[in-house]
Design a protein around this ligand. Structure first.
Ligand code: TRP
Length: 378
């Protein structure tokens, strides 16, 4: 893999409006690398290790499914060595307390397994269970500056949304995320555009570690500089046409019943034009429903619009309900089976944690050696 980045400062600067020149350039470079890796991967997935993850804050919805879960399963099935992180410590970056964390961790795991992540090929773990991963924070924190962290656009927008003062954990969570990625030396990270600043920060940490502490093997830096795999999947909105989110009551959860799905879709916002057309600019809510039907059925939104035609929003909603329910029926059935066997879930998580622990210990040993702190090691 080539590495085109040679800067020593984070390439993503602190603007949240996405407008600055360096941000555009950095995004374009990340997108180019991402596309190149996709081409490579399809030919030969060996040599790639991916890590990505989610915060256990609630149930996953079909926006998550089409935006990221389906892509993870695709990468796993291409033969990429896959690591999936349940980012439980990150839950407390922007809220008081952990909430019903155990329930949420297990529910996330159920979603993962139900959509087809296979614990034999994907290591699923929680970072709270991997002490050596978290210890990487100490040397990593020495490599970043306070102002660099303060201008991270993702931290800034999460801080604004949380309406709380900045906590030490919130400020430093991009560095924690670097530890999540680097402890297992992942070189590809499938993420949305909003996570790019953290990827840039991770690359900077990897590079500065090499400059500051050196190597164990002179031919290779201790840490690779990972690349983002930018999803080009369309962004599904909620049933009211705004961002799908639990708190808005507009999200179709993966684990919802067929009836609850039908009720939610029935309440979906459309418009007064009876003739259905696919026009994302002028008819965003109708377009979103058509897109959803299209994603579920492997057809284009235009072809659904033509077929529905004068059937109006009633017909459109019936089509969407049927498409979502039949696509998710097998996943939901599998979900129910998994939920009925919590012992199995705990075993899967314990095995993933143990594997992550082993890899994290080996990396931490290498870090100690590079830093001259491996007093007990030969
Ligand atoms: N910060 C990510 C989110 O909010 C979750 C996450 C934690 C993550 N550690 C990660 C994603 C490492 C990719 C790689 O969604």
């Amino acid at each position: 893999m080539s590495d085109v980045s040679t800067t020593t400062a984070p390439a993503v600067e602190g603007s949240t409006d996405g407008g600055s020149a360096s941000e555009t350039t950095s995004f374009d470079a990340a997108l180019r690398r991402s596309r190149q890796i996709e081409t490579d991967l399809a030919k030969d997935a060996s040599g790639y290790r991916m890590l990505t993850g989610d915060r256990p804050t609630g149930r996953l919805h079909i926006g998550h499914y089409f935006g990221s879960l389906a892509n993870r399963v695709r990468l796993q099935d291409l033969g990429v060595d896959s690591w999936i992180l349940i980012a439980d410590y990150q839950v407390i970056t922007d809220r008081d307390g952990v909430g019903p964390i155990r329930e949420r961790v297990l529910s996330l795991l159920v979603d993962y397994l139900a959509v087809g992540l296979d614990p034999a090929r994907s290591t699923i773990f929680a970072h709270s269970a991997v002490p050596a991963l978290n210890q990487l924070l100490l040397p990593f924190l020495s490599l970043v500056t306070d102002s660099e962290l303060r201008r991270n656009p993702t931290v800034k927008s999460e801080l604004a949304a949380s309406q709380r003062p900045m906590s030490g954990l919130m400020l430093t969570y991009p560095v924690h995320q670097a530890a999540d990625i680097l402890f297992c030396k992942a070189n590809v990270v499938p993420v949305g555009k909003d996570q790019l600043p953290h990827l840039e920060q991770t690359r900077v940490v990897a590079r500065r570690f090499d400059e500051a502490f050196g190597r164990v093997d002179p031919a290779h830096p201790v840490f690779p500089q990972p690349d983002a795999l930018l999803s080009e999947a369309p962004n599904i909105l909620g049933t009211d046409g705004t961002k799908m989110s639990k708190s808005r009551g507009n999200s179709i959860e993966i684990g919802m019943t067929a009836d609850a799905t039908a009720k939610l879709v029935k309440k979906a916002v459309t418009d007064s034009d009876r003739h259905i057309t696919y026009d994302p600019q002028n008819r965003p809510e109708v377009a979103n429903l058509l897109l959803l039907a299209a994603l579920c059925t492997g057809r284009t939104p235009q072809s659904w619009a033509e077929e529905i035609g004068d059937g109006g929003s009633g017909r459109l909603k019936a089509v969407v309900t049927e498409a979502v329910n039949s696509t998710f029926a097998p996943i939901r059935a599998r979900r129910a089976e998994l939920e009925a066997d919590p012992g199995h879930l705990i075993e899967v998580l314990a095995a993933g944690n143990a594997r992550a622990d082993e890899v994290a210990d080996a990396t931490l040993d290498e870090v100690r050696r590079a830093m001259g702190m491996a007093y007990d090691l030969p």
